[in-house]
Design a protein around this ligand. Structure first.
Ligand code: PLP
Length: 409
């Protein structure tokens, strides 16, 4: 006979209980369910390029398998990969690191989580500009620290001003979480704005900076600048990057962080007890991706050209809709339009729309297009649209959004 405790006794770790599940994944799951039921849903909710990994990179992984490169690597990641990362950071970002200051992890997501867990403690605050990537606050809660949103404005292209940053930093602030190009807004900080933020951060010597640069290679007419390259911040910036977005390698799970040695050691300690290094075959693919960056960027240029055409198309269609305002983003593959004028309306079906979630479920369930509600990103006045989808799907999706919004009274 079972001696299992009654369900009422099931108790979770308090920090896990305080976390929210991912709204992005939730929306995608609902969209998939509707599709299974036969609805012609177009999902603009996912955060991944709709391209396959370039041939050159895939061939390197196949070679690694055929060579039997199938064992564990060092916890930090294999040396040739870390050397290639150092070379890339020096060449493309003006960042000087030794290979022992690089930690390779299972995606940039894990690197961000490691940095937060290594540095933030109970009572500490992590300052997160909003709209933010859904995972930052939840990673912060899991570390036992407190996420603090720092709102930005549409007029300011969703970028934090030095004045707002200065005003938001308190003696509890442990980490400032910087993301450029940004998910969910696509905004990219120009060099002079970063210099002004760096000036503020120089004055606050107890604040560490996690700079998430995962969309570095998805920028249009803009320069990607690393916050870690500004004088006086070298020891306090943890630069996070990876392969998922720029090289269309989301499924391979490879990211990394670069930081001052004691920080890397603390992150490595966590990684060694949780996951160890990422997959050996993936690491070989990572070396090939960095080789491709030096020798032939054609596959990346082609992706970028497609993203740019889609951005321009979707942006034009959105801003032509009454009551929708969307700034022009210079990077990533998202748009974050403001749609709040539709929050006190009713659909012809009788469905009341009072917030971003209502609006997204209305568009999904009555017009077959999946977006992600802005409240998940800390800005309930907006919704996130991913344009990593075929142009023909974007055309149909925009027709549906226009029709759907047009029917609200
Ligand atoms: C801002 C941001 N950082 C990190 C990640 C995670 O990337 P990875 O697939 O390398 O874990 C994502 C993925 O959506 C992201 O949008």
């Amino acid at each position: 006979m079972s001696t299992a405790p009654a369900a009422a006794a099931l108790r979770f770790n308090a920090r896990v209980a305080s976390m929210q599940p991912s709204a992005t994944l939730g929306m995608s799951a609902r969209a998939k369910q509707l599709r299974r039921e036969g609805h012609p849903v177009i999902a603009l909710s996912a955060g991944e390029p709709d391209f396959v990994t370039p041939d050159f990179i895939r061939a390197a992984a196949i070679q690694a398998i055929n060579d039997g490169f199938t064992g564990y690597t060092e916890n930090l990641g294999m040396l040739p990969l870390r050397e290639a990362i150092c070379e890339k950071l020096a060449r493309d970002n003006g960042l000087r690191f030794e290979p022992n200051q690089i930690l390779c992890s299972n995606g940039a997501k894990q690197s961000v989580a490691l940095a937060i867990n290594a540095l933030a403690d109970a009572g500490d605050e992590v300052l997160i500009p909003a709209p933010y990537w859904v995972s930052y606050p939840e990673m912060t809660r899991l570390a036992g620290a407190t996420p603090v949103a720092l709102p930005t404005t549409v007029e300011g292209h969703y970028r934090v001003t030095p004045e707002a940053l200065e005003a938001a930093i308190t003696d509890k602030t442990r980490i400032y979480l910087h993301c450029s190009p940004s998910n969910p807004t696509g905004s990219v900080y120009p060099r002079e704005e970063l210099e002004a933020l760096a000036e503020v951060l120089r004055r606050h010597e107890d604040v560490f900076i996690v700079s998430d640069e995962i969309y570095e290679y998805v920028v249009f007419d803009a320069e990607h600048v690393s916050l870690g390259a500004f004088a006086g911040l070298e020891d306090r910036v943890i630069t996070v990057n990876g392969f998922s977005k720029g090289f269309a390698m989301t499924g391979w799970r490879l990211g990394y962080l670069a930081a001052d040695l004691p920080i890397v050691k603390a992150c490595a300690k966590i990684q060694s007890q949780f996951t160890s290094a990422p997959c050996s075959i993936t690491q070989k693919a990572g070396v090939a991706a960095l080789e491709m960056l030096k020798t032939d960027r054609t596959p990346m240029d082609e992706m970028l050209a497609a993203f740019r055409a889609r951005r321009d198309y979707v942006l034009g269609r959105l801003n032509a809709i009454d009551g929708v305002v969307c700034p022009k983003p210079e990077g990533a593959f998202y748009l974050f339009p403001q749609v709040a004028p539709y929050y006190s309306t009713t659909a012809p079906s009788g469905r009341a729309i009072t917030n971003s979630e209502d609006l997204c479920y209305y568009l999904l369930e009555e017009h077959n297009v999946a977006l992600v509600p802005g409240h998940a990103f800390g800005d309930p006045a907006g919704v996130r649209i991913s344009y990593a989808a075929a142009m023909s799907d974007l055309e149909t999706a925009l027709d549906r959004i226009e029709t759907g919004l047009g029917q609200l009274r």
